[in-house]
Design a protein around this ligand. Structure first.
Ligand code: ASP
Length: 583
């Protein structure tokens, strides 16, 4: 038998028991007559002790063991003199009387410790060693638990998990497709799903009124820290529902995960209109862990001779409470921050609310005390508050102020990763104008239904049509998004036309779906959650790579298996492809 117990479970109550453990040598310490080894497995660490006096041969052997050797030991559990109460097994040790080396190990290229000395690239190359570290093991365990709790909850609500194919044709979610050449159909390609969108809608037509799936999706996009070319969604769809039904159902799932995984009871999620989110937070994924709402100032700020305000489409500010004592240097830093190219503001106007009730601002020349007071009132500002104002073109200014709000939130310690503020954003615009292509794109995807009240505006003022679409946002992160779908062929055709598809193009790409709509498609809607992001949020990390067992790097490469890589000429021939790099 290779083990009777794991390295994480033996306690003082097991004293004097004879056990066999197997695991990896975390570290070895020689203290005169004694050698101690920390033996590690998935469950924890147990201290082994070898005594030079009573068993010199065994002790010699133990001293020769290198880091990460795999060993099997048998011995008796003894009470430790120096107890380590930080360790679950810290009250006991194993007095070893038999040792077997199951396998040796080269010296690992970095230390298998919480504070490892290995850089990210190296750890990715040896991911199997990196995965031995606690932080990764804890993250993967969390991921497993979240998947299990999701399945439990969805099952309890009558949802069934149904697998949909990976070799399909394009599903437009706004990214490029990964394609797979077909050997049996020369010159033809499958696309990997950007999501199971069309299939889950077909399942609704088929009458499976509550579907979900924890599923891989593939999108060929430029990568960022929170993007991977393949990622996992909790994908869901329901029939005979309106927006509120979907939000209620999945608020239930979110609350279940908060409760079972985080031990938190969270309040009902606020539902904020998209237009209000943009107006008050400058973002469709506001971080509600703190308030600091935007206040628009066009009325009180314009017409005082200050050109920057007078010529701006929007003058808007926030109140950083308690920051009235900011120094010149701190204010300059904030100005530098908003001027960074990625933020894009031209400058920053401040009003300090002094403790004596007077004001000091960067626009004193144009605004007297009376007028500054009027501005400050809009924010309900108190003495020692600091008002920060940006001005310019509406959308850009809102975006810049959103960044400044987040920056101030961070500086003021208002973005505690252990506090969670979920909310729904509802009623997104249906379409987005794309300057480059000079046409409308679906903001969510082309299967999203416009709001019934807005149907009549589709052809004349498409830009103003609202969609029956919603996002779940937690702490400024978009965790999920979905919509009520179009289930009528004519409306779907109108939608494709708006998006610039010819009738033939729409028919050849999505005819299968529109045809299905002609056979009794029920009203339906759904949502998909970014599972990796949700796990990362609960794990308290910014990068989804930390919660994926074998992630790809920023260039979309798996540096461990060295993929993507070239394939042989024979393989190329088989799939009817020829590569000529000189062309
Ligand atoms: N398929 C959509 C997405 O991947 C989600 C949905 O509309 O249900 O974002």
């Amino acid at each position: 038998m290779l083990r009777t117990n794991t390295c994480g479970e033996l306690k003082l109550v097991n004293k004097n028991e004879k056990v066999t453990l197997s695991g990896w040598v975390q570290r070895t310490r020689d203290l005169g007559g004694m050698t101690f080894i920390d033996l590690r497995d998935r469950y924890g660490i147990t201290q082994l002790v070898f005594n030079m006096e009573t068993n010199p041969k065994l002790c010699e052997a133990a001293r020769k063991l290198g880091r990460e050797f795999v060993i099997k030991v048998t011995g008796e559990i003894a009470e430790r003199i120096n107890k380590n109460l930080k360790l679950a097994t810290g009250e006991i040790e194993i007095v070893v009387n038999d040792l077997e080396v199951l396998n040796t190990s080269k010296v690992p290229p970095f230390t298998i410790e919480d504070n490892t000395d290995g850089g990210e690239e190296l750890r990715m190359q040896y991911r199997y060693l990196d995965l031995r570290r606690n932080v990764n093991r804890d993250n993967l365990k969390l991921r497993h638990l979240m998947a299990i709790e999701t399945r439990k909850y969805m099952t309890s609500q009558d949802f069934i998990e149904i697998e949909t194919p990976y070799l399909i044709k394009s599903t437009p979610e706004g990214a490029r497709d990964f394609v797979v050449p077909s050997r049996m159909n020369a010159g033809q390609f499958y696309a990997l799903p950007q999501s199971p969108q069309t299939f889950k809608q077909l399942l609704m037509v088929a009458g499976y009124d509550k579907y979900f799936q924890i599923v891989k999706c593939f999108r060929d996009e430029d990568l960022r820290a929170d993007r991977q070319p393949e990622f996992t969604q909790i994908d869901c769809e329901m029939a005979f529902v309106e927006q509120d039904d979907v939000l209620n159902a999945f608020e239930g799932l979110a609350k279940h995960l908060f409760k079972t995984i985080k031990g938190l009871n969270v309040d009902d999620f606020p539902r904020i209109q998209y237009v209000d989110a943009m107006k008050y937070y400058g973002s469709d994924k506001p971080d509600l862990r703190f308030d600091m709402k935007f206040v628009e100032l066009n009325d009180p700020a314009k017409g005082k001779g200050f050109q920057v305000f007078d010529s701006a489409e929007l003058v808007v500010g926030i109140n950083a409470e308690g920051c009235g004592g900011y120094s010149r240097k701190q204010l300059d830093k904030l100005t530098d921050f908003v001027r960074k190219p990625q933020i894009g503001a031209k400058g920053l106007v401040y009003i300090k609310c002094n403790n004596d009730g007077t004001f000091k601002s960067s626009v004193d020349k144009f605004f007297g005390q009376e007028e500054l007071n009027r501005l400050a009132k809009q924010f309900n500002a108190k003495p020692n508050d600091l008002i920060l104002i940006l001005a310019g073109e509406k959308n850009r200014t809102r975006k810049a102020l959103c960044e400044l709000r987040l920056e101030m939130g961070s500086r003021l310690g208002l973005r505690d990763p252990n506090v969670f503020k979920p909310l729904w954003i509802v009623n997104f615009p249906l379409l987005e104008w794309n300057e480059e292509t000079q046409c409308y794109h679906a903001m969510h995807h082309p299967f999203t239904s416009p709001k019934k009240e807005d149907f009549s505006m589709l052809e004349n003022t498409p830009g103003e049509v609202r969609a029956n679409a919603y996002d779940l946002v937690i702490n400024g992160v978009e965790i999920g998004g979905g919509s009520i779908r179009i289930h009528n062929k004519q409306l779907q055709q109108r939608m494709f036309k708006l998006l610039g598809f010819t009738e033939e193009e729409a028919q050849s790409q999505f005819g299968f779906l529109m045809n299905a709509f002609e056979y009794g498609a029920p009203p339906h809607g759904g949502i998909a959650f970014g599972f990796d992001r949700w796990v990362a949020l609960f794990a308290g990390t910014d990068s989804i790579r930390d919660v994926i067992a074998f992630p790809k790097n920023n260039a979309g490469r798996d540096v461990m298996i060295d993929s993507p890589s070239a394939i042989s000429d024979d393989q190329l021939k088989e799939i009817h492809m020829r590569l000529d790099f000189n062309e």
